[in-house]
Design a protein around this ligand. Structure first.
Ligand SMILES: Cc1ncc(COP(=O)(O)O)c(C=O)c1O
Length: 589
C-alpha cells in the first residue's frame, strides 16, 4: 500500500480527534453559566481588578442623586437611628467592638453587612453583631435585655424552635454523661441513630463527621475513589461548605482544575454529563431550586432592587429526575447535599420533597439536635473505604470527634422527637403554613404601600425590594431596632423556625411595617424617574471605572451623581488617599 495513504489516514484521524476534543470543550463552555459565577478563573481574575471606592461624608446620603432636602432628612434620621441603637444595645456593641480585632469572623461580617462603598462611614452601631445570652421559642435576647424575633435560624440549625434544641442538648448530655468524652468505642445510642438515618435516607451505610463541610468532603472523595474519575460537577451559585474543593473561584488561590461549575436547569449541562468521561459526581444543593444559578442573597451585595427568585417545585423536581437518569446511565454519583434543607423540607428532606433517590446524601446542622455534626449516608458499595482485591488502595478518613457521645445523645433526642405525632403533623402542614404567612405578609405590605415583598421556598424566605433604590440595605438596621434579629446576610435570607405561631408571625409582620414605614418616612426610598435599576448599576460601574482610570472622569458622564453634588460633598484637602474624580470617592492604594 502506498505509504502516502498511511500519512493521509493519520492526518485525517488527527483532525477528527482534534475536532472532537474541540467539540467537547465547546460543549463544556456552553454548559457554564454566562455570568462570572459560572467562570471560576475569570471571576478570580476580574475580582483582582475591581478597585475599592467609597461614598464618604455627604455622598453617603445622596449617592442616588437625591436632592438636598432628602439628604438632610436622611442624615438626621440616620443620627436618630444610631442614637437609638446605641441606647438599646450599648453593652452588646461594646463587647462586639472589642472582639472585632480578635475574631476574624467578626471583622469580616462587620465589614460585609452593607455594599462596600458605604462601609467606611458606617458607624460601628451598624457594623457590629449582637451578643446574646438567652433564647426562648422563636426569640433571642441580647445582653442588654432586648428580646427579638429570631429570623436568622442559627444558620439553618433552628428548625423547631430553640426550646426544642435546648431539650435535645440537655437530654443528650444526660444520656451520655457517664461515658464522657470516650472516643473510638461507641456509645450504644449510635445504633438507633444509624438505623434512623438509613431509613430516612433510603441508603445502606452512614459515616459521622463534625461539620457539613467535612461530610461533603467525604462524599466527594468516595465518589472519586469508587468511580476512578477525577471531576466534580457543581451548580453555579451553590454553597457546599467552605472547603476549597467545592469553592473554585474568588478567594480560592488553589487551582481547582477538577471542578466544573455548570449552569442549573440547562440542556447544555445534560449534554456535558452525557458526553464527558471524567465526571465522578454531581453535587446538588437542593436549595438552588429557590434561586437557580445565583448565590444566596445578602445585603452586602444589595446594590439595587433586582433580587430574583424562581421557585417552581414541579419543574425543579423534573430537572432533578433528568439529572438522576443521566447520572445512572453514565456512572456519575449523584450527591444530594442536604446539610441545609435536610429535616426541614420534610423528615426525609429534599429526597422526599422532590421525590428523588440520590446515591450519597449529606446531612448536618439540625440533625445534631443543637450540637455540631456532619453525616454522610450512602450506598454500601460507595461507602466502602477499601478494595477487596487491592488491599493497599484504601480511602482513609477519620476525625477525632466523629461520633462524640454527647452528639450521639442529642442526635438521638432529636430523632426520637421528630418521629412523634406532633412533629409529624407540623411537617405535614409546614409548607402550606409558610406559603400562607408569606401571602399575608405581602398583602399587609401592599395595603400599607410599602415597597417590599417576600418570596419563599418552604420556610426559607427572602425579601424583595419593589422600587429602585441604593439604600435598601438600611432596612436591616430599622428591623433590628423594631425587634427583629437577622444574620449578617441581613434581609437576604430569613430562615424560619416552625416554632413561630400565627400570632407571633403577625407580630413579625407588624415589626416590618414599623421598620419599613420609618425607613420610607426618613427618605431612604426617595425616587425619581432617573433612578432605575439600570442607572444604579451604571453609576456603580462608572464609579469603579473612574477609580481605576481617573482620566475617564473627563470623558464619561456620571449617571446619577452630578459634579455639583460631588463638589459639595467634601473638600479635597480632607482626603488623604489618592483622590479620584470627586471629592468623596477615594481610592485605596
Ligand atoms: C448545603 C450546605 N452544605 C454544606 C454546608 C457546610 O456545613 P458546615 O457549615 O456545618 O460546615 C452548608 C452550610 O451552610 C450548607 O448550607
Amino acid at each position: 500500500m502506498n505509504p502516502n495513504y498511511f500519512f493521509y489516514l493519520a492526518v485525517a484521524l488527527g483532525v477528527i480527534y482534534i475536532f472532537n476534543r474541540l467539540r467537547i470543550r465547546l460543549q463544556l463552555s456552553r454548559a457554564k453559566h454566562p455570568s462570572l459565577r459560572g467562570h471560576s478563573k475569570w471571576s478570580r481574575r476580574i475580582s483582582k481588578l475591581l478597585p475599592f471606592f467609597d461614598y464618604t461624608q455627604n455622598l453617603f446620603f445622596c449617592s442616588d442623586g437625591a436632592p438636598h432636602k432628602i439628604t438632610e432628612q436622611r442624615k438626621q434620621a440616620f443620627e436618630r437611628l444610631k442614637q437609638k441603637t446605641q441606647h438599646q444595645n450599648s453593652k452588646s456593641l461594646a463587647q462586639s467592638a472589642a472582639l472585632e480585632n480578635s475574631i476574624s469572623d467578626v471583622k469580616f461580617t462587620s465589614n460585609y453587612r452593607v455594599p462596600f462603598p458605604y462601609r467606611t462611614d458606617l458607624p460601628s452601631e451598624f457594623r457590629l453583631g449582637t451578643m446574646v445570652d438567652e433564647t426562648k421559642g422563636s426569640k433571642i435576647r441580647d445582653i442588654d435585655g432586648n428580646w427579638r424575633f429570631d429570623l436568622s435560624g442559627s444558620y439553618g440549625v433552628n428548625v423547631f424552635g430553640y426550646d426544642f434544641y435546648k431539650q435535645c442538648m440537655q437530654e443528650g448530655f444526660n444520656l451520655t454523661n457517664e461515658l464522657g468524652p470516650a472516643l473510638g468505642p461507641y456509645h450504644p445510642l449510635i445504633t438507633e441513630n444509624v438505623e434512623f438515618i438509613k431509613q430516612v435516607s433510603g441508603l445502606d451505610e452512614v459515616s459521622f463527621h463534625m461539620s457539613g463541610t467535612e461530610a461533603v468532603m467525604q462524599a466527594v472523595r468516595l465518589a472519586r475513589y469508587h468511580t476512578k474519575k477525577t471531576h466534580l460537577v457543581r451548580f453555579c451559585g451553590a454553597y457546599h461548605g467552605w472547603w476549597d474543593g467545592v469553592q473554585p473561584g474568588i478567594g480560592n488561590r488553589r487551582k481547582t482544575n477538577d471542578v466544573y461549575t455548570l449552569a442549573d436547569l440547562s440542556e447544555a449541562t445534560i449534554k456535558v454529563l452525557e458526553t464527558r468521561n471524567d465526571i465522578a459526581c454531581l453535587l446538588i444543593n437542593p436549595l438552588q431550586a429557590f434561586h437557580p444559578n445565583a448565590d444566596s442573597f445578602s445585603d452586602s451585595t444589595l446594590i439595587t432592587s433586582d433580587r430574583k427568585t424562581a421557585f417552581d417545585k414541579e419543574a425543579y423536581a423534573k430537572w432533578l429526575g433528568r439529572l438522576q437518569a443521566v447520572c445512572n446511565r453514565r456512572n456519575i454519583i449523584l450527591i444530594f447535599d442536604e446539610v441545609f434543607v435536610g429535616f426541614r423540607l420534610g423528615m426525609r428532606g429534599a429526597q422526599e420533597y422532590f421525590n428523588i433517590q440520590a446515591d450519597l446524601v449529606t446531612y448536618g446542622k439540625t440533625l445534631g439536635g443543637g450540637m455540631p455534626v456532619g453525616v454522610l449516608a450512602g450506598r454500601d458499595d460507595l461507602m466502602k473505604r477499601y478494595r477487596e482485591n487491592q488491599p493497599a488502595d484504601v480511602s482513609f478518613a477519620r476525625g477525632t470527634f466523629n461520633s462524640h457521645p454527647a452528639i450521639m445523645g442529642s442526635m438521638n433526642a432529636f430523632i426520637r422527637r421528630i418521629q412523634t405525632p406532633e412533629i409529624q403533623a407540623i411537617y405535614q402542614s409546614a409548607e402550606q403554613t409558610w406559603n400562607n404567612r408569606v401571602a399575608l405578609f405581602n398583602e399587609r405590605m401592599f395595603d400599607k404601600g410599602l415597597p417590599i415583598k417576600l418570596s419563599n421556598m418552604h420556610s426559607i424566605l427572602t425579601l424583595h425590594y419593589l422600587q429602585p433604590s441604593r439604600y435598601n440595605w438600611m432596612l436591616q438596621f430599622y428591623l433590628r431596632s423594631a425587634g427583629i434579629e437577622l444574620s449578617w446576610l441581613g434581609t437576604g435570607r430569613f430562615i424560619m423556625s416552625f416554632s413561630f405561631t400565627d400570632e407571633e408571625f403577625a407580630e413579625v409582620i407588624e415589626c416590618f411595617v414599623v421598620a419599613a414605614s420609618q425607613m420610607q418616612d426618613d427618605g431612604w426610598w426617595w425616587n425619581s424617574p432617573h433612578l432605575t435599576n439600570k442607572a444604579i448599576k451604571r453609576q456603580f460601574i462608572y464609579d469603579m471605572l473612574v477609580t481605576k482610570f481617573p482620566i475617564l472622569n473627563k470623558c464619561l458622564k456620571s449617571p446619577l451623581i452630578s459634579t455639583e453634588m460631588r463638589k459639595k460633598s467634601r473638600p479635597l484637602s480632607s482626603v488623604n488617599d489618592t483622590n479620584v474624580n470627586s471629592n468623596t470617592i477615594k481610592k485605596v492604594s
